[in-house]
Design a protein around this ligand. Structure first.
Ligand code: KGA
Length: 406
């Protein structure tokens, strides 16, 4: 083993107890049902050791294999994916708090290596969890058969309906929510629906609160990478070969605005508001996502919305053509379903071809390799920064962030 790897392992070994203590305390503060019933420390210790071992052996399979098996075990124990992600986040934040403030190059090297290896474990865990839950998800979601489903799927004639229903998290676009949307789309397409309506549950005043902030990586990894569950969901909505109408009642935040813009048509009532909020989190938005906004809004409006994070109301949204139809609350459902019925009666192959043509024409923008790499460098600087960690911490602690530009 090289001397520098030796040093990293030494630093990690010395900090284990402190980091695990901090992570266990952070998990206890969350008050998740499972972590209130069991002491999370033994599992956190094992995870810490596997991460260290994978760095020591230079073999990421050590942590990936462990996390793959962990997903099955915890799913069996009834753990939600958000609870599992919370443990990874707690450990990562504790590692940064426990190692980086020593401000030594060794501490920084150790925490960077730890964060990278833990990220490999987290990816393996999420992939395994999604694989396993997809296999066991019953044929119909959102009913008594699957009370854990975040999305109810139904067909009304030739129109499919996906209803997001996770009021406790204000319809945050978590791994589970996005996975339910994607499997709902598949299910509706297999039933030959000709149009799909994406809506929130009628009782909710938030359409969606955007990316599940608790599932965002805690620094040193692209928060909106190609494989992020929300990114996959946006691609699924954009590619599904029938028109998708976003029926919007209430507020739309961050990545949920991207989801609305990824739908083909938007019908909203006067309660609808739209905000894009990465500047509140210190999060560098991805280039693909920016293209979605640029394709629909004038650049000065895009800039104002991204730079302020301030919501626009329904009237402004209509003026900027975010919404196709702004209607009174009582008319929202009839207007949406009348429109869906009209499209469902038209030629589906012709509609599918035009939808795909428009997607290709608007999604792709040639960028020189050097330019792309420079942009990725700027984004990396932002998601590697203390400000990004501060943005996430401020959300969790329900306080305004204090950004310092580093
Ligand atoms: N992710 C995870 N949990 C969320 C969440 C989110 N995006 N938004 C809300 N929650 C949780 C919140 O932590 C709280 O949990 C519960 O939902 C109710 O929230 O009960 P707990 O465990 O404490 P709250 O704030 O009490 O509800 P409210 O007063 O009705 O306010 C609703 C809103 C939506 C206004 C508020 O929760 C909020 O501001 N949420 C964050 C909105 C946001 O900024 N989203 C952007 C996420 O980022 C994103 O999509 C990207 C990719 N981006 O911006 O670049």
């Amino acid at each position: 083993m090289s001397r520098s790897r030796d040093t990293v392992i030494g630093v990690l070994g010395g900090a284990q107890e402190d980091v695990v203590d901090r992570a266990a305390a952070a998990l206890a503060r969350r008050g998740d049902p499972h972590y209130s019933r069991e002491d999370p420390r033994p599992k956190l210790e094992t995870l810490y050791r596997r991460v260290t071992q994978s760095i020591e052996e230079g073999d990421s399979a050590v942590v990936a294999d462990y996390c793959d098996a962990l997903a099955a075990e915890r799913l069996q124990g009834g753990f939600d994916i958000a609870e599992l992600q919370a443990a990874f986040n707690a450990l990562e934040e504790a590692a940064w708090a426990g190692l980086a403030p020593r401000d030594s190059p060794e501490g920084l090297r150790a925490v960077e290596a730890f964060s990278r290896a833990l990220g490999v474990g987290r990816d393996a865990l999420v992939t395994a969890y999604v694989r396993l839950t997809t296999r066991i998800t019953p044929a119909v979601t959102g009913t008594a058969e699957d009370p854990t489903a975040r999305v109810a799927t139904e067909s009304r004639g030739e129109v499919g309906v996906l209803t997001m229903n996770d009021p406790a998290k204000r319809n945050a676009l978590s791994t589970r929510m996005t996975q339910d949307i994607m499997s709902g789309l598949d299910r509706l397409i297999s039933k030959n629906v000709r149009a799909i309506v994406l809506r929130s549950a009628p009782s909710m005043s938030v359409w969606s609160s955007g990316h599940d902030i608790n599932e965002l990586p805690r620094g040193r990894r692209d928060p909106l990478a190609y494989d992020d569950p929300l990114e996959r969901c946006l691609r699924a909505v954009r590619s599904v070969p029938v028109p998708v109408i976003a029926m919007v009642r209430g507020s739309v935040w961050g990545g949920a605005f991207d989801l609305v813009l990824s739908c083909d048509i938007v019908v909203a009532d006067e309660t609808a508001t739209f905000a894009i909020t990465p500047a509140n989190l210190g999060l560098p938005y991805n280039t693909t996502g920016l293209l979605h906004f640029l394709g629909r809004l004038p650049i000065n409006v895009v800039k104002e919305m991204f730079f302020t994070g301030t919501p626009i109301d329904a009237t402004q949204a209509e003026r900027w053509l975010v919404v196709n139809h702004l209607v009174a609350s009582a008319d929202l459902e009839p207007a949406t379903f009348t429109l869906a019925d009209v499209m469902a009666a038209k030629a589906p192959l012709a509609i599918a071809a035009v939808k795909e043509q428009l997607r290709v024409l608007t999604d792709y923008q040639p960028v020189a390799a050097q330019v792309y790499e420079r942009i990725q460098g700027l984004r990396r600087q932002a998601y590697d920064s203390q400000d990004y960690l501060e943005g996430l911490a401020a959300f969790r602690e329900r306080r305004p962030p204090n950004f310092r530009g580093n």
